[in-house]
Design a protein around this ligand. Structure first.
Ligand code: ZN
Length: 261
């Protein structure tokens, strides 16, 4: 359990001033934050302050880390934490950032290499391409956001298994939690299979076809759609939207207005 003193320290950091220069970075690189209520914006600022206090950033491939990179990535990672008692990605220490897509080992064939925009390791770093991370923050309506994707994996991995089911119903009693997991499994397995079938036929879907790879990728890509195409997701997959709304305790339809059609 997270210690009393550490919790108190975080609370103090959250209540600190959010630098004006950082607010300007959000204006430019994460404009969707303006759609949040004033209270949510304040909460997001507090989470960014804690996140940047606790996580290390390392530039790779010659990239020099600056506040623009740190704040832009932290904001997108922290949008997933609103309205909850956040654990701030407890197994994560370091975020490695490359200038753009980088060569990495193929997940299913060690001998092969392929270009990647990001990855998330359990008990290891999150790796991100800076150009894609910035593009994802600037455009909150295209359904693609590599930072949200990789940090959704982090949430999924907290309980020790990257299986598309994050920790549900924290603080709820056992029977209630069991019910939450049952409902989650039912909706997610049905919609995952549906995506697999549609992807195999090449049909257009609101969730990226990459989500058909496995349940962990399904959760990560569904999270991207939830935050970036909420209206479409709610219309096409209302039960999935409800599961994600309950888990994230947010309703992005409200702050997307009419742009997401
Ligand atoms: Zn992924």
């Amino acid at each position: 359990m997270f210690g009393f003193f550490a919790k108190r320290r975080r609370k103090k950091i959250r209540e600190g001033d959010f630098p004006g220069a950082w607010a300007e970075i959000l204006e430019t690189n994460f404009p969707i934050h303006r759609q949040l209520s004033a209270a949510d914006q304040r909460e997001l600022h507090g989470h960014i302050l804690v996140f940047l206090d606790e996580k290390m950033f390392e530039g790779c491939g010659g990239l020099v880390i600056d506040d623009e990179i740190r704040v832009t990535i932290a904001a997108q990672a922290c949008i997933l934490l609103l309205h909850r008692e956040p654990a701030y990605y407890p197994t994560l220490r370091t975020i490695l950032v490359y200038p753009s897509s980088y060569l990495a080992k193929h997940p299913h064939d060690e001998k092969k290499k392929h270009h990647r925009l990001g990855e998330s390791w359990q008990f290891g770093p999150v790796v991100l391409a800076w150009d894609s991370s910035r593009r994802g923050g600037k455009n909150a309506f295209d359904g693609h956001n590599v930072v949200i994707h990789e940090f959704a994996h982090q949430l999924d991995q907290i309980d020790g298994a990257a299986d598309g089911a994050p920790t549900l119903g924290q603080g709820e009693e056992r029977g209630q939690r069991r019910q939450l997991y049952r409902s989650w499994a039912l909706v997610f397995s049905r919609d995952f299979e549906c995506l697999q079938k549609k992807a195999a036929k090449g049909k257009r879907t609101v969730i990226d076809h990459y989500g058909a790879t496995n349940p962990a990728e399904f959760f990560a890509t569904a999270t991207e759609a939830f935050f970036e195409k909420p209206r479409q997701l709610k219309k096409k997959r209302p039960e999935l939207y409800e599961e994600l709304r309950a888990y994230y305790r947010q309703n992005p339809v409200a702050w997307h207005g009419s742009r997401d059609r």
